[in-house]
Design a protein around this ligand. Sequence first.
Ligand code: AMP
Length: 249
Amino acid sequence: MKIIVAVKRVIDYNVQVRVKADGTGVETENVKMSMNPPDENAVEEALRIKESNKANEVIVLSIGDEKCQETIRTALAMGADRGIHIKVDKAIEPLGVAKIIKKIAEKESPELILMGKQAIDDDCNQTGQMLSALLGWSQGAFVSKIEFVDQSINVTREVDEGLETLNLKLPSVVTCDLRLNEPRYASLPNIMKAKKKQIDQINLEELNLDINPRIEQINVSEPPKRKKGIIVADVAELVQKLKNEAKVI
Ligand code: AMP
């Protein structure tokens, strides 16, 4: 069984994001970039499935500019077998990403596609759901546990009422929650080994897909600055301020 893991290169979660002065987006020049955090959980889970002999190949796929190869290498250093880089120099919205992954899935025939529950740059939380619909495959979103049961998987998801367990027929698209596992660090020998692992690069044009944007980003702006906090002397003063100044009670 093959597993494809989709990993996105995003601004590192520790970076204080700055909005461009003209409101056309956020600064990405000279900013630390990393693998989208839930995608690390997806890579880790794929490796654990392979280590338990339920899969024999883990393929990492990333869509974006040349630098995405660094993100793919990170996953290869964690233990993935090979990478696929779809080279495109502009941002692609979730529907476009889903169409690209579908095309690769048709070529590679994986039984499982693991992705992050959402990308921390656009917070869309759409790509996995769109991909499973395009492929006509089963779908588990926000998954915090995966167990193999014969030719299917049981996935546990956190929902408002508690934990929901679903049985998914393979092939399936699963989007991973941060609670799924603790991603491993790459060891130095594995970082060295990863340099020799194969990454196939495909230009977006070769896939012959309509990924024209359906969404226009009109403006990006900073959230309003928060007022400085104050320390109150006691509960009575807190209640008085909530009533008379904040007017929330
Ligand atoms: P989103 O729907 O944008 O929140 O993204 C959800 C997930 O889709 C991410 O966690 C990734 O696993 C995958 N994904 C989105 N964009 C890309 C991309 N450019 N390259 C690879 N995977 C992506």
